[in-house]
Design a protein around this ligand. Sequence first.
Ligand code: SAH
Ligand code: SF4
Length: 377
Amino acid sequence: MPVDLLDFDLPTLVAHVEGLGEKRFRAVQLFRWIHQKGASDFAQMSDLAKSLRDKLAGTAEVRPLPLLSEHVSADGTVKWLFDVGAGDAVETVFIPETDRGTLCVSSQAGCAVGCRFCSTGHQGFSRNLRTGEILAQLWFAEHRLRARLGLQAGQRAIDNVVMMGMGEPLQNYAALVPALRVMLDDHGYGLSRRRVTVSTSGVVPMIDRLREDCPVALAVSLHAPDDALRDSLVPLNRKYPIAELLEACRRYLDAAPRDFITFEYCMLDGVNDTPAQAQDLVRCVASVPCKLNLIPFNPFPASGLRRSPKERVTAFARVLLDAGIVTTVRKTRGDDIDAACGQLAGEVQDRTRVRERLAQRHEVIPIVPAPAAGVLR
Ligand code: SAH
Ligand code: SF4
């Protein structure tokens, strides 16, 4: 099997290319062809030495993930579903905003953490994605959107990456870090550290390692102001309780590119959404410079949970704001194509024959020709 060049960050690609008897700068050229120009055909890489192209042919490839479907929402949100083999699929979502575009990327097929409110968690864990499978989502989305939006060389479609798709990124650390490095690399996607966000349910030792290895923006999925409730919503809390998690957050801020942690809080009707719990939350996070992001719960039948009514979310936010905490309520985007957090996984119940089931249950839009630029951004 040829090596997948999407698995390599730049230093690893340099080592690979030097191992083939070629110079370092050839690796930089190759890396730029792949990530900056979206090329996968070595023959197309016109300024790359013929000797290197010959050595790569047959031994290496840029391996895309097979695309199962593409859905474009009325609000411009795009959701792609990729086949990762053995009946598993992962989703990637592009969320256009007026001044920027955000890509929500998956890190695992399924997830082992098993949060009660998350359909990926209900699905169970299949496997970690490779670095190349994480990056293939960005590689595909960036170059597909650039072509569709008619962007000029040097313009990019995606300015932000959030590791908020399927899976717990810090439980796939070894594959995650090289992928982050390619996102940040000036010869790769050149994204700012502040615009690459790792979201975690709270894998404390890996938060410390990320601070050492590759500090990027950090979002922590809190969802509860006390251990008893968090234990029941996010089972990982039994291993790494809130106090330890908050200490790790404080340590992280020493090296973080932003001077705050984003806490995510999924609003669940009658579970974690009372004004008293908002007060508890204010006390809970008092020692960590932070922003609070309240996420309206996206219901799925197996959860047995409901979304908090709007007034309750507003009242909850009011308590936080009055305490001086910067608080936002996440807009739900792409509702019409089930592109909101983890919704697709609810459809994929037994993880077998994904392609057939999706074809039956979803209106699978065939890969569509480019719509007008205005539709997407
Ligand atoms: N595993 C990581 C990242 C993926 S989940 C984490 O848990 O942080 C990304 C975000 O979506 C998390 O904040 C998660 O709590 C939230 N989420 C999961 N299921 C949801 C649902 N059904 N409705 C709303 N938010 C959800
Ligand atoms: Fe895993 Fe995150 Fe879903 Fe929890 S919310 S089950 S950690 S993907």
